[in-house]
Design a protein around this ligand. Structure first.
Ligand code: WT7
Length: 646
């Protein structure tokens, strides 16, 4: 979490380079004009952009229907998302340009032009239809970072089947929960994927998930990637190379309603159950297209690389949908940043002449730790713009990024947004904004972001408060899959008419936003959201555990690390091996990214008189801070005991 007193002292300012501003897609004049247009007539602004940017098969009449928290954008309109990304480029020069340049971790390379990608997507769409997938059916996609991941996602979009991508690092139980929640009947996976020189056996994980649940799954489509042995269920499993590769490359894309669900993406919330964030087609298409062009200043000649996995929203919006709509060339890399050596990313940048590079602060901090030599031995002069996302970037990492990677030449865009917002909301514009290390600066034109008090009143400069979005925006989530109550309470519960994102923030005297971190029970580990309840449920499901409380502790590398306080059901002889066992148990239940950095056994947890665990106090202890307000604590001695156990 960014510390207010430290960021208040951040006085360095970086004005846009005039020569960059001159060539920028969005310069100062256009920026002013857009802001004024949005302020003057909000709906007309969005309607104009939607008609200009998207290929409509049928025009819309209503720009916005808003009954908080339910929004409908461009509701009579019809379009096809795959057409926005692919078909529209086929009668332009973009047709023969590389859409995806892919590199596998072991080093193999593939390039797909827009025309080739279009053909592959058509084949996959035809194969899915052949399997019996219908518009509206949720297709689960659990793949490594290979071109088939982008192909699968676009094929689903093409036939109106909402995709639910599950990050390849998730464990069988997490797959099962998501497949069941979405009642998904079809899964696309691979035999495996490469990570740090070993195979992650994805198909095995799917098999295990299906052995313990998901009775409605009809088919599993399997890409052969790593050639490891897989178990086969004849009536259920289908090889990709047997069906997709022989399918027709012709597919007439049908138009779908603007509000047709494009995808579900599961994210962590404050309760144990992951929530399926639902995004609609047209609004999401519009905002990912615009933000990609504005924030990353993408030009036809750019080679753009976002290092996220398509399993997260960053990959959905800024590897697949945003860049492809803009006809960009995307770099896609399968594996770890330090394999075979810690210079892998810079090696890729140099060899492929990457121009725009988008990564997470946690990765930047890892590169800093690995040493400057790995960076300095590569020629990074192709780079012209850098971005970050996922968590607040500490000014020290920002400056390192600016000096070592950007050679003080490249603007840095620190982009604040969320799974739920669909696209970037607060970010510098590289040709317009004076950047300040550690601040995501200002909302983009059309985004109505404010900092408010608990009563919903705007607060003054440098006062902390809740970060809210007052007006609905086109790429906002439409629902939590199958749970409108959770949608309403989770996002429009605290303030009836404002979207509340879960982040605390302040605005400085220049109007720049400083994100202070989550105020809810969500931990941000390496830019990934994990619900404390989810990890607690996993711990409590172990027979030795009675109660568990999970809290964040600041971590130099990951931003936040997970600390679990656990009370035991039974007396254990070997506490160290039990710790290891519980740690593995969490990994088994959720996935490696949820592994606790520390487990502490204790006799009792601090609770309020009404019996709620006071995680805030535990977090103070885990972080070595003075405990805050303890007046509501039921038994004050618990706190001292916990400290003594430290
Ligand atoms: C949470 C959303 C959006 C893609 C990646 C994460 C934190 C995200 C920033 C930033 C400070 C940030 C917030 C937010 N966050 N970007 N630039 N500065 N904090 O998506 O998993 O939905 O997490 O990540 O706390 O609420 P997500």
């Amino acid at each position: 979490m960014t510390n207010i007193s430290s960021t208040l002292q951040e006085t360095r300012r970086f004005k846009p380079d005039p020569s960059f501003a001159q060539q920028a897609n969005l310069g100062p004049q256009l920026y002013q004009a857009l802001k004024e247009e949005a302020a003057q007539d909000y709906e007309a602004y969005w309607a104009r952009l939607a008609r200009k940017e998207l290929v409509w098969r049928k025009d819309f009449q209503t720009t916005l229907e808003w009954e908080a928290p339910f929004a409908k954008w461009f509701q009579e309109g019809e379009l096809n998302m795959a057409e926005q990304c692919l078909d529209r480029h086929l009668n332009t020069a973009t047709k023969h340009k590389a859409a995806i340049i892919w590199e596998g971790e072991p080093g193999e390379q593939r390039t797909l032009t827009y025309q080739q990608l279009h053909a592959k997507v058509a084949q996959c769409a035809n194969a899915l239809l052949e399997m019996g997938v219908k518009a509206g059916d949720v297709v689960t996609v659990y793949l490594p970072m290979i071109p088939e991941l982008a192909i699968a996602v676009l094929a689903c979009a093409r036939i109106g089947a909402p995709h639910s991508v599950i990050f390849g690092g998730f464990a069988p139980n997490a797959i099962r929960d998501r497949v069941e929640d979405a009642d998904s009947k079809f899964i696309i996976t691979a035999d495996g994927g490469w990570r740090r020189g070993s195979v992650i056996a994805l198909k095995d994980n799917v098999d295990e998930a299906l052995a313990t649940g998901c009775p409605n799954v009809q088919n599993v489509l399997v890409v052969k990637r790593t050639n490891n042995a897989v178990k086969w269920t004849d009536e259920r499993d289908i090889w990709w190379h047997d069906t997709v590769d022989s399918a027709s490359t012709k597919h007439q894309a049908q138009a779908f309603n603007a509000e047709h669900p494009l995808f579900i993406l599961y994210t962590s919330g404050t309760t144990g159950k992951p929530k399926g964030v639902v995004h609609a087609t047209a609004g999401y298409a519009l905002w990912t297209k615009l933000t990609t062009r504005w924030v990353f200043d993408l030009k036809p000649e750019d080679t753009y690389w976002c290092t996220a996995d398509v399993g997260w929203i960053t990959g959905h919006s800024y590897i697949v949908y945003g860049p492809l709509q803009n006809g960009a060339t995307i770099m896609m890399y399968e594996g770890a940043p330090n394999y075979p050596e810690p210079d892998r990313f810079w090696d890729i940048v140099e060899r492929h002449q990457v121009t725009v590079f988008y990564t997470a602060p946690t990765a930047i901090r890892a590169f800093m730790k690995w040493g400057d030599d790995h960076v300095l031995k590569h020629d990074l002069s192709s780079l012209r713009l850098l971005g970050t996302v996922g968590e607040p970037i500490n000014p020290e990492a920002w400056i390192w990024y600016h000096e070592l990677i950007g050679k003080e030449r490249c603007p840095i865009v620190d982009t604040w947004w969320q799974t739920e917002t669909g696209g970037i909301m607060i970010s510098p514009l590289p040709g317009v904004t004076t950047t300040v290390p550690g601040s995501a600066t200002q909302p983009l034109p059309g985004i109505d972001a404010h900092i408010v008090s608990g009563e919903g009143e705007d607060v003054g400069p440098n006062q902390g408060g809740y970060l809210v979005i007052k007006k609905p925006w086109p790429s906002m989530l439409r629902n939590i899959y199958g749970n409108p109550e959770r949608f309403k309470n989770g996002y429009y519960g605290r303030f009836e008419n404002f979207y509340f994102a879960g982040d605390g923030a302040r605005r400085d005297q220049d109007g720049n936003f400083w994100i202070m971190g989550r105020i809810d029970d969500v931990i941000n580990v390496s830019g990934h959201r994990l619900g404390t309840m989810e990890i607690e449920s996993a711990l409590v499901s172990h027979p030795a555990v009675c109660e568990a409380a999970v809290v964040p502790r600041p971590d130099d590398l990951k931003g936040q690390a997970i600390v679990a306080f656990v009370t035991l059901e039974v007396e254990a002889d070997d506490l160290e091996s039990l710790k290891a066992e519980l740690s593995d148990h969490v990994v088994q239940e959720i996935g490696a990214l949820a592994r606790p950095a520390e487990i502490r056994f204790t006799d009792s947890l601090p609770k309020t008189r009404s019996g709620k665990i006071m995680r805030r106090l535990l977090s103070d202890i885990a972080s070595g801070r003075e405990a805050g307000d303890t007046t509501t604590l039921e038994d004050a001695s618990v706190l001292n005991k916990l400290r003594d156990e430290d």
